[in-house]
Design a protein around this ligand. Structure first.
Ligand code: UDP
Ligand code: MG
Length: 318
């Protein structure tokens, strides 16, 4: 019988774990032709998440867990999980029940039809502010245009991935991960299904705007070098305009002999150029920082404990 791993990154999720397990059990017991493994990745939770997972795993043999040594963030937690998937496919799902487990049978049926990546696209996003929806919408439109790979708007990480995709994702060892871009980058046969995203069942979101801005910058800088190109073009354009202006000043002084009262224009040119230079330096810095962190070659995450009753594909490479 084939095994399907359900991968759940969890950070301070004590309030929802029980309902989540209930709903997962409800859905998976209906499906008799597959075995299931519930792989929780405890991402350095500071509440009772880990204790609860340990308790739950003594009652339910299908529960496996990875305890990371500290909080590494959802993107890295997902990689830790992907590295330890024992199943022939994995379904990644949020712990907070924003991704309804009831969609799992539909995902599996498309997998059986031969799709390798069945992802859920949000029809609606209940419980999110209009500003979050608007900013996320415009961001994905821009990202889609500037990167060479199609990025799916309104999709999260809720998806089913075939073994092929799992092996592909394991090969991507960047430490500042933008997993959504990676799902697109690896390719394979994709299938989109629609769902309505519910508000969080309990607890609070782990995201705040600074974190989202960081993820957004990582998203752009890890999928395209276009900003570097833009800053070069901007530099060329500004220098060219400055040269024209210089010539103009030169001849004006030569012909009309009117010198000096150019303080405002001088200041504006200096300030403008200063701004452009700072932006360009910042852009270069972003990429340089990425190179710096990657060249250190540190493991992407560290595991304190791994427990599972299905250890077929054990490859512990971090
Ligand atoms: N998560 C995680 N590590 C973190 C932050 C979040 O593993 O540092 C998990 C969290 O437990 C949840 C999922 O990632 O299962 C999505 O988090 P959240 O619901 O806070 O994000 P949102 O739905 O608001 O985008
Ligand atoms: Mg959530």
């Amino acid at each position: 019988m084939k095994l399907i791993t359900i991968l759940i990154p969890a950070y301070n999720e004590e309030e929802v774990l029980e309902t989540l397990l209930e709903r997962l059990l409800l859905v998976t017991t209906e499906i008799s032709n597959y075995q299931f493994e519930f792989l929780f990745v405890n991402d350095g939770s500071r509440d009772r998440t880990l204790e609860m997972l340990k308790e739950m795993s003594t009652l339910h043999p299908q529960i496996a867990y990875i305890n990371l040594s500290r909080n590494f963030g959802k993107e890295v937690a997902m990689l830790a999980g992907i590295d330890h998937v024992n199943g022939d496919a994995v379904i990644i799902i949020d712990a907070d029940l924003q991704d309804p487990p009831e969609m799992i049978p539909e995902m599996i049926s498309y997998w059986e039809q031969g799709y390798d990546d069945v992802f859920a696209k949000r029809n609606s996003r209940a419980g999110e502010t209009w500003f979050k929806k608007w900013s996320s919408n415009s961001y994905y439109n821009i990202l889609d245009k500037v990167s060479n790979i199609p990025i799916q708007n309104n999709t999260g990480d809720f998806r089913l991935l075939d073994r092929k995709c799992i092996e592909a994702l394991k090969k991507i060892r960047e430490s500042q991960r933008y997993t959504k871009g990676m799902f697109s980058w690896i390719g394979f046969d994709k299938k989109e299904i629609l769902f309505d995203r519910d508000p969080r069942a309990a607890g609070t979101t782990k995201w705040n705007y600074p974190k989202l801005v960081n993820l957004a910058i990582d998203g752009i800088t890890s999928s395209t070098v276009l900003p570097l190109r833009i800053s070069s073009f901007l530099g060329i354009l500004v220098s060219f305009l400055a040269l024209l202006y210089m010539l103009f000043l030169f001849f004006r002084t030569l012909i009309f002999n009117d010198s000096i009262p150019g303080y405002p224009s001088m200041m504006s040119v200096i300030l403008f150029l200063g701004g452009v230079q700072l932006i360009s330096l910042g852009v270069i810095g972003e990429y340089l920082g990425k190179i710096f962190i990657e060249t250190k070659g540190r493991p992407v995450y560290l595991i304190e404990e791994y427990y599972s009753n299905y250890r077929q594909y054990e490859t512990q490479k971090a």
